[in-house]
Design a protein around this ligand. Structure first.
Ligand code: HEM
Length: 504
């Protein structure tokens, strides 16, 4: 016979269990949403996913605009949650300088242990980009030495850049006035410059190994493993078949490039001569031979070489892509750049690096392109080694910290009419570059983690840009003006556009 009392008690038990569960969940939720007092303000967020879902739909590729909304609402330092990981964004020069320069001992590490995808890729060596502490200092010293000794600022590398510029000029001539995409060709040119630095040679644009390197760069800049991918906080996503396939493709192509690098290292070993250091691999072999450093493990060197391709190709190519986009949108600026080149260099010899100070309008134009376009909108993530305080806000140990260079370059505190393209803003009354105006322009970041390839990048941008303008006039290929609404991934790409070139 059914005992009503049993039913009632069992019902109560179920109810009690359910209520207890709900209670535990609520307490868990409240605890997980507790924030340490003093951290920067920021938007409300969901348990587990944090603010990851905020960048969806129309906001995909518009992270810079999402950050601008948050800056407007919460001020120059705000926080969001990447999953349950605290992420602090610094949006003005003073906070970036305070953190990355004045408190450099607290802010110069990279958060590899917080980013699953990065952990996977650096298992046999972090290289200069992802290492921290002494390991990073050693890798950085090796990289700086390679870039310095291989002649950045001297003639050899300049000559290689000019050679590459001639190849681009021939390519454009062969287009015979038909529309073409700037980024594709610039990507090949800038990748070849890195190739010259690390392997001591350039590759034909149709070489399969060379194209494989470019493929890896594209996957890293546009693909699932970028530092903003949810996979870093939710590695389980890798089991979703479509993502699994993409990750496998990315991994396989990186492995192929690593094997290619390993083969080049073996080739270099056979002909190594310590009195004739020709490229980055030679610097690595020299440091190994002299026992100068224990980071010269082959894994680390391979990873540093990969980092140079990753950090040095797309960034420079994208800056040049923006430079030509702004030239077709501002033909009057293009004309002034050309007039300056014509009067100082003429049209017979190529523009050289030593002529830069005599071409201030061209230089101002390139600075303005870097300011307004922001090819690298945010720094690589930094992390805090201990609790730190910036502008009175607590930034706890282990936070992810980004400098929002895009916001800094468009901040009305430093720039009059920040959305206007005006190269003149960088020129003083005497027509030379105003150091004061340029002081808050930091496209290469600041502090110990500042871009290690800054000098090389500046030389490439200047030489490619001026030598193209010396020979061609660029204009829009369609009736409509291309937009300048950038697409924000690791780099800020231009919207798709083509242009045409007319020989001068
Ligand atoms: C216009 C072109 C370039 C721009 C705008 C740019 C910008 C940057 C930025 C913003 C960072 C992050 C700094 C930070 O985390 O605080 C960086 C790091 C880095 N860049 Fe560049 N970069 C450019 C070209 C290059 C080139 C040509 C190379 C290679 C020769 C290079 C190699 C690196 C490396 C290795 C790092 C990591 C440095 C470290 O962690 O110590 N970059 N770059």
């Amino acid at each position: 016979m059914i005992n009503m009392w049993d039913i009632l008690t069992s019902f109560t038990d179920v109810k009690t269990i359910l209520l207890t569960l709900v209670f535990i969940l609520v307490i868990g939720y409240v605890i997980s949403m507790q924030e340490r007092s003093g951290i920067p303000p920021g938007p409300s967020y969901w348990p587990i996913v944090g603010n990851m879902l905020d960048i969806r739909g129309k906001r995909v590729g518009k992270r810079h605009k999402y950050y601008a909304e948050l800056q407007e609402k919460y001020g120059d330092i705000f926080r969001i949650y990447f999953g349950n990981q605290l992420l602090v964004v610094l949006n003005d020069f003073e906070s970036i300088e305070d953190a990355f320069v004045k408190q450099k001992d607290l802010f110069s590490s990279r958060p590899v242990d917080k980013l699953w995808g990065i952990q996977q890729t650096v298992k046999d060596g972090k290289g200069v980009l992802w290492a921290s502490g002494q390991e990073w200092k050693d890798a950085r010293r090796m990289t700086v030495r390679a870039l310095r000794d291989l002649g950045v600022g001297k003639t050899t590398l300049e000559d290689r850049i000019k050679e590459e510029a001639k190849i681009i000029l021939d390519y454009i001539t062969a287009c015979e006035g038909k529309p073409f995409k700037v980024h594709d060709i610039m990507m090949k040119a800038t990748t070849n410059i890195i190739s010259t630095v690390v392997f001591g040679k350039r590759y034909d644009y149709s070489d399969l190994d060379f194209l494989q390197i470019i493929k890896v760069l594209e996957i890293n800049f546009k693909g699932e493993m970028g530092v903003f991918s949810p996979i870093h906080q939710f590695p389980m996503l890798r089991f979703i078949p479509v993502l699994a396939a993409k990750i496998l493709t990315a991994r396989n192509s990186v492995e192929k490039v690593k094997q290619f690098i390993a083969d080049r290292i073996e080739e270099h070993k056979e002909v190594f001569d310590k009195n004739d250091i020709k490229d980055f691999i030679d610097v690595h072999l020299d440091m190994c031979a002299s026992g100068a450093s224990d980071v010269t493990s082959e894994g680390n060197t391979k990873r540093t070489i990969l980092s140079l391709f990753l950090a040095g190709s797309d960034t420079t190519a994208t800056t040049l892509d923006w430079a030509l986009l702004y030239m077709i949108l501002h033909p009057e600026v293009q004309k002034k750049c050309q007039e300056e080149i014509d009067s100082v260099v003429g049209n017979i010899r190529m523009v050289g690096w030593s002529g830069k100070s005599k071409l201030p309008y061209n230089e101002a134009t390139l600075l303005e392109v870097q300011r307004i376009a922001n090819a690298v909108p945010n720094t690589v993530p930094h992390t805090t080694d201990k609790d730190a305080v910036v502008k009175g806000f607590l930034i706890p140990q282990g936070s992810l910290v980004y400098a929002n260079l895009y916001a800094c370059h468009l901040h009305s505190r430093y720039w009059k009419e920040p959305l206007q393209f005006k190269p003149e803003r960088f020129l003083d009354d005497t027509g030379t570059i105003s150091k004061q105006t340029a002081a808050t322009l930091i496209p290469f970041s600041i502090g110990p983690r500042i871009c290690v390839g800054e000098s090389l990048a500046r030389m490439e941008i200047f030489l490619f840009f001026t030598n193209l303008l010396q020979r061609f006039s660029f204009s829009t290929s369609g009736s409509e003006k291309p937009s300048t609404d950038g697409i924000c991934g690791v780099s800020m790409s231009t919207p798709e556009y083509t242009l045409t070139a007319t020989p001068r």
